[in-house]
Each structure stands twice: as C-alpha cells, then as structure tokens.
Write a new protein. Structure first.
Length: 154
C-alpha cells in the first residue's frame, strides 16, 4: 500500500461466518486537528475494506509520547433489500443514494448495526469485552490488518 509517511491505515475483510460481507458500512472514530472526527468506508464486493487515517498524530504532551490510541469502530451490514440490490444491480449501482451522507435514521433503515470480534494478522482473536465491541488500536504511521468477524444476530 503506497500511503504518505505517517499515515495510519486499517484494512481487512468483513465476514459473517464463512461468508464475506460486501457493502458493509464501517465508521471509525478518529481525531483531526484535535477535534473528534469519523472516517467512513464501505467493504468491497469481496468483503475487503480500507480505512485511511491521515490525521492521527503522536501525543507529545505526555512523557513518553503516545503513538497508539484506542478508537471505536462501528459496523453496519446491509439489510436484505440493500444486499439484494447489490447482487441484482451491481456493487456501485446497488448502493443507496448518498450512502456517506445518510442520517442515522436513513442509515439504520438500510443497514443493520452489528456486533463483532476482530482478528489480527497473527490470528489472535480480540473478542467483545463486557458486551462491547473491541476497541481498535490505531498506531501513528502503522498499517494494520484487522479482519472483522460479525457475531450471530440475537
């Protein structure tokens, strides 16, 4: 991956059991110029995703400086009608209009919030803790693979 120096990135595959999940909406909390921000992306037709975080910075206000931060990841799987549109009309044509500009109500009408576990490159599983999705550790300037494994619906 050719990213500018100092840029952080997360990548991996979204799976529901043994099936990849195309068109999943992923949002990661981040910081830009000291203010809270969110970066949102979609998983591709093969379930793969890439989240680029160009604004993560080393916190030099403490000693030793902090390079790694826990961030909150939200995962939304396409509801059956969106999944059917993706399959019938194609990956891009099947997406809801203005998918990155949906209000929370519009998003929840088209995508289902999902709980998940993360699996790193070494195969280590990062499970939920206390019923909460695991945090994502973002390290400044690092590219990290984290596969997202959706948990069964209740």
């Amino acid at each position: 991956m050719g990213l500018p120096p100092g840029t952080s990135a997360l990548w991996g595959v979204v799976r529901d059991g043994s099936r990849v999940v195309p068109g999943a909406l992923l949002s990661l909390a981040t910081v830009r110029d000291g203010a809270a921000d969110t970066v949102t992306t979609l998983s591709g037709r093969d379930g793969s995703y890439l989240i680029v975080l160009p604004f993560e910075r080393i916190d030099r206000s403490v000693n030793p400086p902090v390079r790694a931060f826990n961030r909150v990841l939200s995962v939304f799987a396409p509801r059956p009608d969106v999944a059917a549109a993706l399959a019938a009309r194609g990956f891009l044509a099947g997406q809801p209009a203005n998918v990155f500009g949906l209000t929370a109500a519009q998003r929840n009408a088209r995508f289902l919030p999902r709980t998940f576990e993360l699996r790193d490159t070494g195969g280590t599983l990062h499970p939920q803790v206390g019923g909460q999705n695991p945090p994502v550790s973002v390290s400044v300037g690092m590219n990290v693979r984290l596969d997202i494994e959706l948990l069964p619906l209740p």
